[in-house]
Design a protein around this ligand. Sequence first.
Ligand code: NAD
Length: 341
Amino acid sequence: MLPTSILYGEISGTIPEVVRSLRGRIVVVFDKNLDSQSQEVVTLLDQLGVECLNYALPAGEQAKELAELSRLWDFLGEQNVNRNDTLLALGGGTVSDVVGFAAATWMRGIRYINIPTTLLAMVDASIGGKTAINSPFGKNLIGSFHSPQSVLIDTTLLKTLSASEVANGLAEVAKCGFIHDPFILKLLETTPRDFEQLIQRSITVKQHYVMSDPHEEKPGVREILNYGHTLGHAIEKVKLYTMSHGQAIAIGMVFAAQLSHRLGFINEELVMRHVNVLQDIGLGIVIQGVQFDEVLPFMLRDKKNFGGKSRFILLKDLAQAEVVENIEIEILKETFDKVLA
Ligand SMILES: NC(=O)c1ccc[n+]([C@@H]2O[C@H](COP(=O)([O-])OP(=O)(O)OC[C@H]3O[C@@H](n4cnc5c(N)ncnc54)[C@H](O)[C@@H]3O)[C@@H](O)[C@H]2O)c1
């Protein structure tokens, strides 16, 4: 996997830097809610003398349906897009996932660039080379590893993002703080929040794990990034994806912290730090209307739980995350009750 270059700053400065090394055309694939931002990108490319095409995807998870990818493939075919050309994803994680997969599959792989426009996409989805669409059998089941050539991080793009989408991204930022970089927690605890630093440090954490295990093949390496996700994913499934990912993993992280405390690894103070940081972000830390028996099968079937055994990412201390296996169901139930409203 080739290393991705990550450029920080306004796109008016970073786009010229990136296109200098490119040949061919650029296909700007954007979330249809980001029409004005896509116009800005097209204008910049025009000024640089780069021939470009643009293509709008529906907003949200609909962009990750096979029918949408198929429409995009047809567009690439009609326009004779070839290996000299580059796709440019402008949008949140849904757009980077589908555009990355289109780039991975078109002509057995062409270049792509990510310009993430949500906080979650900046710190998570656009980094690490995982691309995917959804299947009727589950989210992100069809995909590949295909790294973008560059990721352009322009925090001014976040100005129009809703408070709930900011909170969604900050849950992943907090996760990076708990598993690896406690300075992130300090930044989260300080107002006004320094988003530039929060984003840069979170990306550094994600890259650290990605570079150590690019294709998620080594148990307990890239897997650490799933802190809070075992219960989080189970809640999302039981709630049929009506709860935001950030909210679900916030509850999952409090659960993981409670479990780490129950097993004697961390003190109560660190559990309370989870509660306080996540509440400050605007996320709930307890769950309503979900029973332990409903989430348990999903936790045991989670991709980290090889062979149906329980397998959790827990904290042995702040910034010391490890895999812990085979925790008794009774202990899981007792801990789950602590995150139940
Ligand atoms: N590949 C990976 O490693 C990885 C990691 C995490 C998440 N993901 C995927 O990312 C997706 C979630 O990404 P997301 O949370 O960015 O969701 P999203 O792409 O659906 O964007 C959320 C909403 O914000 C809107 N939006 C985007 N940018 C905006 C802006 N600047 N201003 C105003 N509105 C804006 C979108 O139109 C959409 O309605 C999921 O499909 C998930 O599976 C992938």
